[in-house]
Design a protein around this ligand. Structure first.
Ligand SMILES: *Cc1c(COP(=O)(O)O)cnc(C)c1O
Length: 443
């Protein structure tokens, strides 16, 4: 790998000598993360006004900054204010502007948590937070309430309690490790966590959510990859938000992970002035697939504290989906979701393709605007399911078929349940975190 021009520039501005080996050593990178404004100014060769410095410092005091030297080197210093990497990594005073709709924990991750650090929202899978630190603190982080906060670092006892919960819940077949960033843990510690979870018989898959391939690709060492591949089936989801982030180094990290048989997915966040453009998104998803990463989700930006300047309209997301489906490989098309405030989970949002229907025909439109019909079969006889798999002609033969309970909308549709209406309990109204509001409104 050759150094890029900006890498060379930044390396030259470090006081101590940086050899190639040290630049690509992830521990060196972590040790030299940029956490204060002076170092940022020095390495980028810029000077902020005293007023700007004061405002940025206030932001850093509330939400910490950390940028790896590698990620910093992707910033275009000639057009910094418009740079998508700068916007994701460098604090903005706008983070201190709070709207009435801003919430401390919009996804109710803490509310819906049976044991600290574990969220059990869906029937068959759980989210387990195993770290509260990251190599780079994304300015748009949905868990700003936690990351970088020393009081939020989960210790071994907390993680053990989470794993014990999974052990006691046979319905959990999928465990998502997140944080912070799970790949900030040492190989040995992560190996221990994965071994413990893998030993649970009912756990089928383990997923890791990490931004390491984007912000610190050198963390993907041989040793890490050899360790991870012992725990298959293991999936890994990362978060590239802009095609510019797919550098030679990050592509090399992705290739190593893919070569180890780890299926890779990407969860982008739709961000104002960063990637809210159909052409940027199309280029991003195509580059991801070229690098064996399946675009999985595009998230509407959450209602977490201080993210209002990052949010786009929902219409922008639909416009982007409209520009992808049909126009490029289906493999490149992620699902656009809103993670519902109040802990409703991810809700897919799509352009509408089903325009109308009658008893035997549906009217559809395609991506080009062609309007067409699909004639439904007259011969299709509804099969009423009475949960008697034993005498059903479809081959499934579920042993405990009659124990299966449909829930949610599925329950309204099924034949073996008499419910014809639902009224979910009123979700709690979320007060914007008062303390935080007050703390920030004094300036
Ligand atoms: C996102 C999420 C999951 C996983 O959702 P998938 O749609 O299966 O990827 C699980 N639990 C929580 C709390 C989540 O936020």
């Amino acid at each position: 790998m050759k150094f890029t021009t900006t890498e060379k520039q930044i390396i030259a501005r470090f006081d101590n000598e940086v050899t190639r080996a040290r630049w690509t050593d992830w521990k060196w990178q972590l040790k030299h993360c940029i956490t204060d404004m002076e170092t940022f100014e020095k390495l980028m060769g810029v000077t902020f006004s005293p007023e700007k410095r004061t405002r940025i410092q206030q932001t850093i005091d509330t939400f910490p900054m950390a940028i790896t030297p590698y990620y910093l080197s992707l910033i275009d210093s000639d057009d910094m204010e418009n740079d998508p990497v700068f916007a994701q990594a460098f604090p903005s005073e706008k983070e201190l502007e709070l709207l009435p709709c801003d919430m401390d924990d919009p996804l109710h991750e803490d509310t819906d948590s049976p044991v600290p650090g574990l969220t059990h929202r869906y029937p068959d899978r759980v989210l387990l937070l195993v770290s509260s630190t990251c190599a780079m603190y994304c300015r748009h982080c949905t868990r700003k309430r936690k990351v970088g906060d020393v009081d939020s670092i989960p210790d071994k006892a907390e993680i053990s309690a989470g794993i014990q919960y999974i052990r006691e819940h046979p319905e959990v077949r999928d465990v998502l490790l997140s944080g912070g960033d799970p790949l900030m843990l040492s190989d040995e510690y992560l190996d221990w966590i994965l071994t413990e979870i893998r030993a649970i018989e009912h756990v089928e898959i383990i997923r890791i959510g990490t931004r390491i391939p984007v912000v610190l690709p050198y963390r993907v060492t041989d040793n890490l990859v050899q360790m991870l591949k012992k725990h298959h089936p293991l999936w890994l989801n990362t978060q590239f938000n802009h095609p510019k982030e797919l550098t030679a180094s990050s592509r090399w990290a992705l290739a190593r992970l893919a070569d180890a048989g780890i299926p890779l997915g990407n969860q982008s966040v739709l961000l104002n002035t960063i990637n809210d453009c159909p052409r940027i998104m199309k280029s991003l998803v195509q580059k991801l697939v070229y690098n064996r990463v399946r675009p999985y989700y595009i998230y509407q930006c959450d209602l977490s504290m201080g993210l209002s300047h990052f949010r786009t309209s929902v219409g922008k997301g639909i416009e982007i989906m409209e520009s992808l489906r049909g126009h490029t490989s289906g493999l490149c098309v992620p699902t656009y979701v809103i993670d519902a405030p109040g802990g409703g989970g991810k809700i897919p949002i799509n352009p509408t393709y089903l325009i109308s229907w009658s008893t035997h025909k549906v009217v559809l439109r395609n991506y080009e605007g062609v309007i067409t019909t699909y004639q439904e079969p007259d011969s299709y006889k509804p099969v009423y399911c009475d949960q008697d798999c034993e005498h059903c002609t479809l081959q499934l033969k579920l042993a405990d078929a009659d124990e299966y309970k449909a829930t949610g909308i599925e329950r309204l549709l099924c034949d073996y349940d008499d419910s014809y209406a639902m009224s979910p309990e009123q979700p709690d109204e979320e007060e914007p975190a008062q303390e935080m509001q007050e703390a920030l409104s004094v300036q």
